[in-house]
Design a binder for this molecule. Structure first.
Ligand code: DC
Length: 225
C-alpha cells in the first residue's frame, strides 16, 4: 500500500493531536505535532527573556539557537526536545500556549518551522497536525482532514486537561482563551487557519471518540487504495 501524507488542521483543543496519534498508530506512520514546535520556540523565547519585548526581531534573533526535534519514547509516543532537552511537559501550560499563538504570527518563525516540517514529511508515511498543514506545508497531501467543534465543547475539554495536569483554571478564562486563540489563528496575515478546499471536515462536537476514529479510518483506507 502506498505511504501517503495525512494533513490534519483545525482549531485548538479539537482533539487534533489525539486523533492524529491514533491514526498514525493505525496506519503505522510517524506522527508530527507541529503545535509542539511553535510551543518550543515560544518556550525558548520566554527563557531567553525576549518573549514579551514586543519586537519580532528579538524572537527572530533566537531562531538560530532553537533546535527542535522529537524523541521517541519506549511506549512509542514522541516528546518534543529543545536544544536536546525534553520539554514535553513545560510546553503544555496556558502561558506557553498563548505565547506560541503570538510568535506564530511572525513570518520568519513560520518559514523556519515550515521548512523543517516539509523535510520531516517529504517521504510520506506521516500524519502531521497543525493549522496550515493542508494549505501551506503539504498542499499536495493525499488526505486532508479539517477538525472542528464548538468553542464551548473545546473549552470544556481544555479545562479538564488543565485540571488533570494539576493547574487550577477558571472556566471563563479558558473559554476566553479558546476564543482569543481562534481569532488570532484565523486572522493573522501569515498562513491563517483555514480549511483547504479539498479537506474533509469532521465536526466532533457530538461524536464519541470511537465513532470519530471509525469514520476517519474509513476515509484513510479509501485514500490509500
Ligand atoms: O495546536 P497547539 O495548541 O499546540 O498550537 C499552539 C499554537 O501554535 C496555536 O495557537 C497556533 C500555532 N500553530 C500554528 O500557527 N501553526 C501550526 N501548524 C501549529 C500551531
Amino acid at each position: 500500500m502506498k505511504q501517503i501524507i495525512v494533513a490534519i488542521d483545525g482549531y485548538s483543543s479539537c482533539g487534533k493531536s489525539t486523533i492524529a496519534k491514533q491514526l498514525a498508530q493505525y496506519a503505522g506512520y510517524r506522527y508530527i505535532d507541529t503545535g509542539a514546535m511553535y510551543r518550543a520556540v515560544a518556550l525558548n523565547a520566554i527563557r531567553k527573556g525576549v518573549m514579551y519585548s514586543g519586537k519580532a526581531t528579538d524572537i527572530e534573533g533566537i531562531l538560530d539557537f532553537t533546535h527542535i526535534d522529537f524523541a521517541i519514547q519506549p511506549d512509542g509516543t514522541q516528546h518534543v526536545t529543545l536544544n536536546g532537552e525534553d520539554v514535553e511537559k513545560q510546553i503544555r501550560t496556558l502561558e506557553v500556549g498563548n505565547a506560541a499563538s503570538q510568535i506564530a504570527v511572525i513570518p520568519e518563525v513560520r518559514r523556519f518551522l515550515v521548512a523543517q516540517q516539509q523535510q520531516m514529511g517529504k517521504q510520506g508515511g506521516i500524519v502531521m497536525d497543525g493549522r496550515d498543514i493542508g494549505t501551506v506545508v503539504f498542499p499536495q497531501a493525499e488526505l486532508k482532514l479539517f477538525l472542528t467543534a464548538s468553542p464551548e465543547v473545546r473549552a470544556e475539554r481544555r479545562y479538564k486537561e488543565l485540571i488533570e495536569k494539576g493547574e487550577q483554571p477558571v472556566m471563563a478564562d479558558v473559554l476566553a482563551d479558546v476564543n482569543d486563540r481562534d481569532y488570532r489563528d484565523t486572522h493573522r496575515d501569515e498562513s491563517p487557519l483555514r480549511q483547504a478546499e479539498d479537506a474533509v471536515v469532521v465536526d466532533n462536537s457530538c461524536m464519541t471518540r470511537e465513532e470519530q476514529m471509525q469514520h476517519i479510518y474509513r476515509i484513510f483506507d479509501e485514500r490509500c487504495k
